[in-house]
Write a protein that binds this ligand. Structure first.
Ligand code: UD1
Length: 367
């Protein structure tokens, strides 16, 4: 089989790592196309080098733009690549603009599309990711779901016959890197100045348009983090930095200490060193769960409902509306009792993905 993986944004590179490793253990040809949606070294290059991913075979270099411009640029740049390569599968990841563009380009050329991380839903139509994932699921041929909940969503939308439970490839990579961090194979993470890793601290990220793009809201969220009694290490995404600059908001306020986005192993090490996570990222909610740190999510809903059901994650959509001591008590609450189980699989999802793609290709889709 010849498989083309289309990636472009940071969370896709994390998912690509175990997939590329799984394909490398087979005879299949795996071609990596980087759309260039993320182009900063902090968001892209360090993930290839740090996670041992082979360099992309093709780089489209599309860069930033409005949703339409970015999606359209990937779409038009992909057509000649897919036409030339004629793969047996186009594999798209997650829910970014690169995902929907990859799926659309492929499906219109009658190339089979597999969607990794299919079936996730926030049911929040303000999120660009929600449009991307719903549309991608409906145009893909094989839907590789990470959870039972995702399988139920796909069945509810009439897509059960294309859906297969693969498990979550983020477990594969997160647990592998956790073990390497614990074995001392990586240097200590570069935490923002003012954070002492031997003292309790919270690790925070914030990048969703709904939290960053409205100056009043961004200012209010930062103000509430600034008043926390525990130091906050804010690994600032370029979107956050650029929006804060444009709005004239200082990110470094009170107890908030600002640093750069972290490479993956540093992120895992930072979560392990922290007493908890405060975020609006999808991936980080789950990484906190897998690394057994409590998470507080600044969003009204989550796709990763298992993290909430097991008590490891609490949704606080508007932290600035809570009294400071109430917010402090939430972000430093005790870890929940009880075994959360393994709702995201056993860390062998990438192997399942390869097997499911082989079976489908061999016509054993009903096996
Ligand atoms: C994208 C994904 C989001 C994912 C996130 C992870 C979409 C719609 N969103 O959001 O699902 O959680 O990646 O990081 O695809 N920028 C840089 N350097 C870069 C990349 C972006 O400075 O390397 C700036 C851009 O100029 C832009 C902003 O960051 O202002 C947003 O970038 P974009 O890729 O459009 O979306 P993200 O917010 O990163």
């Amino acid at each position: 089989m010849k498989v083309i993986s289309i990636v472009g944004a940071r969370p896709q590179l994390v998912k690509l790592a175990p997939i590329a490793a799984a394909f490398a253990r087979t005879e299949h040809e795996h071609v990596i196309v980087h759309t260039g949606q993320h182009y900063d070294a902090d968001l892209s290059d360090v993930f290839f080098s740090g996670l041992g991913i082979p360099d992309p075979d093709v780089h489209l270099g599309v860069g930033s733009g409005s949703h339409g411009v970015q999606t359209g640029s990937v779409l038009s740049a992909l057509d000649p690549v897919l036409d030339r390569e004629q793969p047996d599968w186009v594999l798209v990841y997650g829910d970014t603009n690169s995902t929907i563009a990859g799926a659309l380009s492929a499906v219109k050329m009658h190339l089979p599309v597999a969607h990794l991380e299919a079936g996730l839903r926030s049911f929040n139509r303000r999120m660009p990711e929600e449009h991307n994932r719903v549309l991608t699921d409906h145009c893909a041929d094989l839907l590789l779901a990470p959870t039972e909940e995702a399988m139920r969503h796909l069945a509810g939308e009439g897509l059960a016959d294309r859906a297969r439970l693969a498990g979550d490839v983020m477990v594969d990579i997160c647990l592998r890197i956790r073990d390497q961090v614990r074995a001392g194979e990586f240097p200590a993470p570069e935490l923002p100045e003012g954070i002492d890793p031997s003292e309790p601290f919270l690790l925070a990220t914030l990048h969703r348009p709904d939290n960053t793009d409205d100056p009043e809201r961004l200012s209010a969220i930062l103000g509430s983090l600034a008043k926390l009694p525990v130091p906050v290490a804010l690994a600032a995404h370029p979107r956050l930095v650029s929006r804060a600059e444009a709005h004239g908001i200082d990110l470094a306020q009170g107890n908030v200490h600002v640093g750069r986005p972290l490479p993956y192993a540093s992120l895992v090490a930072a979560v392990l060193a922290s007493v908890g996570v405060v975020t609006d990222s999808g991936g980080l909610q789950k990484e906190a769960f897998l690394l057994e740190r409590i998470c507080t999510t600044i969003r009204p809903e989550t796709e990763w409902v298992e993290t909430v059901d097991t008590g490891w994650n609490v949704l606080v959509p508007d932290p600035h509306t809570l009294a400071p001591d109430e917010l402090a008590a939430t972000v430093t609450r005790p870890v929940p009792a009880g075994d959360p189980g393994t709702p995201y699989g056993d860390g062998r999802a990438a192997e399942n993905v390869v097997r499911l793609m082989e079976e489908w290709k061999e016509g054993r889709r009903h096996a």
